[in-house]
Design a protein around this ligand. Sequence first.
Ligand code: CP3
Length: 391
Amino acid sequence: RELPAGHPLQVGRTSASPLVTTYQGVRGDSTPVWFMRQAGRSLPEYRDLRVGTEMLDACLNPEMASEITLQPVRRHGVDAAIFFSDIVVPMKLAGVDVSIVPGRGPVLGNPVRTAQDVRDLPTLDEAALAPISEAVALTVAALGDTPLIGFAGAPFTLAAYLVEGGPSKDHLAARTLMHSDPDAWAELMQWTATITGAFLRAQILAGASAAQLFDSWAGALSLADYTSKVAPASALALSRVHGLTYGGDEAGGGAGAAGTRAVGTESAAPGAHGDTATTNPTRTVPIVHFGVGTGELLKAMHDVGADVVGVDYRIPLDEASRRLGGTVTLQGNIDPALLAAPWPVLEAHVLDVLARGKSAPAHVLNLGHGVPPETDPAVLTRLVEFVHAQN
Ligand code: CP3
């Protein structure tokens, strides 16, 4: 379960970065910051590059995906890149008829409604992930010591699209199938976990320094349904990237700042952090788990094997931390709506988020959901500078 020898975490290029050390639970001098959906339509250079290329074609073009991933890092000086791709890419690579309709989202040619539809889903040949590995390799070579975050959609969020056939408000059809045909549902969860876990693992092995699982629509579920019908599949997906180790005294990586302060994870147990006496302890690739409207699910989402929990804007970070027993590193949770507010309003909100984030062991600043496409990119740049100037 060791990362490949040349991996950025393994050679010590990203292991002491503010993002990675904070994800490992160590509070640094300032709070690292990146934005969900930072690569995308808020940037004119993105819109220019995308002219004439469909979304999923852009995702499968390694040079283009890499360039789009780098754009917000160059422009804003964020502490991490997030890989430009989409949660439906592994379905597409498996051969599912899916496209992304601008302004709408993923749309399926043949929605999955019956047990037979589930059985007919194609298997993902892992060799098909080559364009993803290639794009990640190009990207990390260009990023230097800025870490790349790999990501994937969680099984429920993918199933919400597969069963509905497109975006939906309450994901009724998916939640109906969950109860009306539990065996088909279990099989569907197994299928989505397999493809999405393979997608995430390919990104980590090719050089991403952290993993984020997006269960964007899990907030539609009761805690009981989440725990019994969804969480096992999310845990299965994460098991593909769980416990991948780096560092250790021989590897020579990640010494310096992180070495003596870092919390090591010797075991594969999620969140089982404890101080170690080693100067350069073995650590595992950090895993972040995020969902929208998941205030009631935070603990259950941590329990599937996450190190860090991403919090949306509906619940303050101090309350989220309390629900997690005060022991879990948090990421979040600026309300994206305030990006369009006058600067003093946004500034006061950011200071409040940073103050509440102090109740967690460590905190990575982010939005409570993605960057709205109409956001003025200059506001994001100013926000990064402002956050870096605080402590
Ligand atoms: O910057 C980043 O965050 C990295 C790239 C990224 C995209 N999608 C690019 C994208 C990431 C991490 C995602 C994840 C994703 N995709 C999620 C989970 C995160 C979340 O927002 O909750 C979900 C639910 C999807 C499905 C999806 N794909 C939606 C809802 C949309 C928006 C449709 C629209 O046009 O409003 C997409 C398309 C998409 N994914 C775009 C981008 C940049 C827009 C495509 C375009 O430029 O036309």
